[in-house]
Design a binder for this molecule. Structure first.
Ligand code: KG4
Ligand code: ZN
Length: 329
């Protein structure tokens, strides 16, 4: 079964063709990072305009790379949320128009669930479920109990900033570029993680929830009156990264104990971080599965992959954008 995936939830325009939920024939990602980086974050109106300009070209390239025609596609899977409303509308209307004109079935896919599916489709072996899902992205930080593909319940989530957002905001405070994650990772390699005692927030009575808004404020007050040298910046980056990743590790270990499972699937842009991967591989006793390559980022292959597993009785007109989709507790 050939599934065409379409992803426009934030600032990547992506189309992919995936066979039977796992075999990626193409995964074309047009990133708008260069457009948004000069503003220090994603500008929603600009993201929408660039999705409109890019999406037809991205689709043509995805079909070309996969060496298939639109007529050969069996199902269209589109990210229906969570995301920016204008950005979602572009992908959804594009997908609806394709489905209606080609008389193809269509399914709306949860972008956050797809980030976890990215780790599943990256492995040669079938998923080990039930498992713990750890979503670490620019918009989300969640611990979920994965009972089966697409059947998840929430164990913990951030009550304020997402982890990637905390990287981006901390980088901004340090006068570094956007997105902050890759820059902080690079500088942290040269820094002393023990120099500053930063701490991620704890939520009273909810030990599996996260809070990352306080740590960026702590960074701000720590450096406010300092004349920062390059070594100081590296030390701040390393101390910040250490604090947030040890917080994620500790809560992941707690969640494993609570849920009693034997595998962890991680997903989202922050999982590109090699220090995070080393930390989990060395300290976490449970098998960890990561998305490979481009599947860490926002991409349409994960949307097509998860879409394959979902029932697709929806008419093109029943899919609506959902800017927030809570996991059920
Ligand atoms: O999953 P993603 O592409 O978009 C969302 O769905 O949010 O994640 C983007 C986020 C950004 O906040 C970015 O700073 C962060 O992922 N990120 C990283 C790294 N690469 C990207 N964070 C830490 N270390 C990295 N190497
Ligand atoms: Zn994402």
């Amino acid at each position: 079964m050939l599934v065409l995936g379409i992803e426009t939830t934030c600032d990547e325009t992506s189309c992919a063709v995936v066979r039977d939920g796992v075999e990626i024939l193409s995964n074309v990602i047009y990133s708008q990072i260069d457009i948004h980086s000069k503003f220090g974050g994603v500008v929603p109106e600009l993201a929408c305009r660039h999705h409109i300009d890019a999406i037809s070209h991205v689709l043509t390239e995805a079909l070309h790379k996969a060496n298939v025609t639109l007529q050969e596609i069996d199902l269209i899977a589109v990210a229906k949320g969570p995301g920016l409303i204008g950005a979602l509308l572009i992908g959804i209307h594009f997908a609806k128009a394709l489905a209606w004109s080609l008389k193809k079935p269509i399914v709306g896919v949860n972008h956050v669930e797809a980030h976890l599916y990215a780790a599943i489709m990256s492995q040669p072996q079938p998923a080990s479920l039930p498992a713990l899902g750890v979503v670490l992205s620019g918009g989300h930080t969640s611990l979920v109990h994965m009972h089966g593909i697409g059947n998840y319940s929430l164990l913990g989530e951030t009550v304020d900033d997402a982890i990637g957002e905390a990287f981006d905001k901390t980088a901004k405070i340090l006068g570094l570029g956007y997105p902050g994650g890759p820059i902080i990772e690079k500088l942290a390699k040269k820094g002393n993680p023990k120099r500053f005692a930063f701490k991620a927030g704890q939520v009273k009575g909810r030990e599996l929830d996260f809070s990352f808004s306080g740590i960026k404020t702590a960074v701000y007050y720590t450096i406010k009156d300092m004349q920062l040298s390059q070594d100081d910046i590296c030390d701040v980056a390393a101390s910040f990264q250490e604090a947030v990743f040890f917080d994620v590790l500790r809560k992941t270990e707690l969640a494993i104990a609570v849920a009693g499972i034997e595998a962890i699937y991680l997903g989202g842009g922050v999982t590109q971080n090699s220090y995070l991967r080393e930390l989990f591989q060395s300290k976490c006793p449970t098998a960890c599965f990561w998305p490979k390559g481009d599947l860490c980022l926002d991409n349409a292959a994960m949307i097509a992959g998860l879409g394959y597993h979902m029932s697709h009785s929806e008419s093109p007109f029943s899919i609506e954008p959902e800017t927030r989709i809570p996991f059920h507790k």
